[in-house]
Design a protein. Structure first.
Ligand code: DGJ
Length: 756
């Protein structure tokens, strides 16, 4: 079934259908309160307004104005206002010209149409299939509700968009000041929904530097529970995603509601469990340090939120997010292309490199099948450590005589592509740029701004600074044959002060900053359409759907240890497709935590992402170097499957403490790849049973052991030989596959399942 939006005009009920889900809302009472009715499995009927319980209480304001607050405080508002009787937190807070903050939004008009409106200046999902390259707006369907507060002159457009091939509903909000005076927007959530609590549990992703996106699942208590960022980036610490899942929800079963914010700056994701056991879910720009002055007639577009409901548990929710992001968010031409296998010199050399060193790495890399050299931090200005040089984007000729042009042409002659690192949003206090323009750094007058990694953040709300940054990026990229850019961002925003904003608009800085980053990246993808852009932020502090709109991949974490990556990549993949996760094989002992893991396991874990290397290939052992061509072969063999297939989480090391296992199955069910990692070795242990998924019930399959190749790891009658008879997909999925206990810690197994 495809998506559609229907309306029962008499009853004032709207039903928004995706192929497998329905979302129902209605307009209630004479006053026209927009209210939430149902979100769940797809239903055939539109009139389910009895679920709004209005008659149950007889507290409709038009019937019983005396007890208006009883209605306001329990009604399931679609976009709740503030200060007029609903004591749960509202989605919008506006101070009018007289200093009042009360808002009550009621229905004005609706519009249902094919296509999806553009959100100016913001990353967003779009209404055509990215792989198809044809822009077909009919693929998306939208409902726009116009709400207004006649007292303040506030108008709010809430838009719901759906796609024929996706179980996601995308929500966005535009706020317009139609009064004759200025208003101050103090809070503008993009998403609000009141639902029955039904004992849900909350899943969020928390972390730290080098420990991003750890899965946290907990019961929902009363009051407000929230995650958020006020760091000016989506952050290492918390993530613009949350899910409400039924207690019984696992990878295959149960109700899962997921919410993802298409934005890369400050965010708030909050659930409030009320006295009546309802849940108010909200998501949007964090109101902390946020203010936006809206002049008469001006409009504020809030970034969009994607919601997904799945009856098939967390796994179903995950696959809906993956498909939506692949088909309707990532625009890069690399989305369905094999990405070049790159080798990055960061962990190989840090700041200590020159042309000779890079050329030596490039030669060894080429000989082993690697396809691109990426030169990381330290190639410009005075930059021998992280204390200086940011902002001075001219080549350090002492390290690279002849400049980029010479280096790149030598690397190209060897037969490798060339990529480069930049951190365009920053300035070092010790830089020519800062000496010339100290006022370009974000700072509060008379307050020494906080340094982080000994650097400041450039004030991108200043158009002159934005232009400088653009010129820096574009002149570097035009100066040589550069085919990849790693855009890094290594510190958070503090000391929020802008020399270019007025006293009354300082609260706009963080959002204006984000809008400028988006403008710069938009210019980048337009001027360099074939450039492969990998976003990065001190590892994965800006791994979010906003950045995926511009670049197809994001560096996942500065922790490249294969075992830590199991957890980081599991948490990341709960929302994001594997093709977006930057993952590299690095050297051991691992630079982040000193662990030694087999080179093969490092390769298999990196295969679950974009795959590449981050080591000094001239310095590793001959044995390890010789393993690279085999890994390169595996990458070429499986990258299409990993990039475009369906992801299934079969076992979780973060849950069981023993082993990790995931699978990617092709959409047509013809092939699947299972990766299994045994973390601690266990003496005298039996084999483990793994249940593949995503196969066709009635097709026959054989299992091919890709790794290890010396002996069979799944038992069969004649052990040691790959003599297993073809089995039906249904049999394999129901009975499972046995994987033998491995000798040693951190051992990986790679199995391919193919139709016989
Ligand atoms: C942080 C990134 O995550 C690293 O990969 C590396 O590029 C450094 N910055 C360079 O300063």
């Amino acid at each position: 079934m495809s998506a559609c939006i229907t309306v029962d005009k008499d009853k004032r009920i709207y039903k928004i259908d995706t192929p497998n889900t329905s979302y129902v809302l209605g307009i209630f009472d004479d006053e026209g309160f927009p209210g939430h009715i149902y979100y769940g499995e797809r239903i055939p009927d539109t009139d389910v307004a009895y679920l709004a319980r209005c008659s149950e209480y007889a507290f409709m304001p038009s019937v019983n104005p005396r007890d208006r607050s009883s209605f306001m405080d329990r009604f399931a508002f679609e976009y709740p206002g503030n200060g007029v009787g609903d004591f749960r937190e509202g989605a919008i807070l506006v101070k009018d010209a007289k200093g009042h903050e009360c808002t009550q939004l009621t229905f004005v008009s609706d519009r249902i149409y094919d296509g999806k409106p553009e959100l100016k200046g913001l990353p967003q999902t779009f209404g055509y299939i990215s792989s198809g390259k044809t822009k077909n707006d009919k693929y998306a369907h939208s409902l726009e509700l116009e709400l207004a507060d006649p007292v303040t002159g506030l108008r709010v457009f809430v838009t719901y968009s759906v796609y024929d091939d996706s179980d996601a509903i995308v929500r966005s909000v535009r706020i317009i000041n139609s009064s004759p005076a200025d208003m101050i927007l103090e809070k503008a959530m993009s998403f609000a929904m009141d639902m029955d609590s039904d004992d849900y549990e909350l899943i969020t992703l928390h972390g730290s530097w080098a420990r991003e996106r750890m899965i946290d699942r907990r019961p929902m208590g009363y009051g407000k529970t929230s995650v958020g960022s006020i760091r000016g980036e989506s952050s290492h610490q918390e993530h613009p995603f949350m899910a409400l899942v039924s207690k019984d929800a696992d990878q295959d079963r149960g109700n899962a509601y997921g919410f993802s914010f298409v934005y890369s700056g400050n965010f708030l994701a909050q659930v409030e469990k009320s006295q009546f056991d309802s849940l108010r879910v909200m998501m949007g720009i964090n109101p902390h340090n946020f203010e936006w002055r809206l002049g008469p007639g001006e409009e504020f577009p809030a970034p969009e939120v994607v919601s997904v409901y799945s009856h098939d548990g967390i796994g179903g929710m995950t696959r809906s997010f993956h498909d939506l992001f692949r088909n309707h968010l990532i625009r890069s031409p690399y989305l369905h292309r094999e990405r070049p296998i790159l080798i990055n010199n960061w962990e190989a050399t840090y700041f200590d490199f020159n042309t000779d060193k890079l050329i030596a790495i490039a030669k060894e890399a080429k000989a082993r099948g690697i396809e691109m050299l990426v030169m990381d931090d330290g190639w410009f200005g005075k930059r021998d450590d992280d204390n200086s040089g940011l902002g001075d984007w001219t080549v350090n000729e002492k390290k690279l005589p002849g400049g980029l042009e010479r280096l790149v042409s030598e690397v190209n002659k060897i037969g490798l592509k060339f990529g480069i690192w930049m951190e365009p949003e920053m300035v070092s206090p010790d830089s020519d740029l800062y000496r010339a323009h100290p006022e370009w750094a974000i700072a509060v007058p008379d307050r020494d701004p906080c340094r982080a990694r000994n650097q400041y953040v450039l004030d991108l709300s200043d158009p002159e600074v934005e232009e400088y940054v653009w010129n820096a990026i574009s002149s570097v990229l035009h100066s040589a044959n550069i085919e990849y850019l790693k855009w890094d961002m290594n510190r958070q925003l503090t000391d929020l002060g802008s020399a270019c904003l007025s006293d009354t608009t300082q609260g706009e800085l963080s959002h204006r900053y984000m809008l400028a980053v988006y403008r710069l990246q938009e210019r980048l993808v337009n001027e360099f359409p074939e450039l492969l852009l990998e976003n990065c932020s001190g590892g994965g502090a800006r791994f979010d759907p906003g950045m995926l709109y511009y670049g197809p991949q994001i560096w996942c974490s500065d922790d490249t240890d294969a075992i830590e990556r199991l957890k980081i990549q599991e948490g990341t993949a709960i929302v994001y497709p594997l093709c977006s996760m930057g993952a590299h094989v690095s050297d051991c002992p691992n630079h982040a935590l000193g662990r030694i893991t087999p080179f093969e396991t490092r390769g298999h874990v990196a295969l679950a992402g974009t795959f590449g290397y981050e080591l000094d290939i001239t310095g590793i052992s001959e044995r390890e170097r010789d393993l690279i061509p085999e890994q390169v072969k595996d990458y070429h063999r499986f990258s299409g499957l990993v990039r475009d297939g369906d992801y299934y989480r079969l076992a979780s090391y973060s849950e069981n403490g023993m082993y990790d296992c995931w699978e990617v199955a092709s959409k047509d069910g013809k092939e699947a790849l299972i990766t299994y990692v045994q973390v601690p070795a266990k003496v005298n242990a039996g084999s483990r049973r793994i249940f593949p998924k995503g196969l066709c019930d009635d097709k026959k399959y054989i299992i091919k052991q890709i790794f290890p190749d010396e002996k069979q790891v799944f038992p069969s009658e004649k052990d040691g030989e790959n003599d297993m008879q073809p089995l039906a997909g249904e049999t394999l999925m129901k009975t499972g596959i046995l994987i033998k206990n491995q000798w040693g810690d951190y051992k990986s197994v790679l199995l391919q399942i193919i139709q016989a």
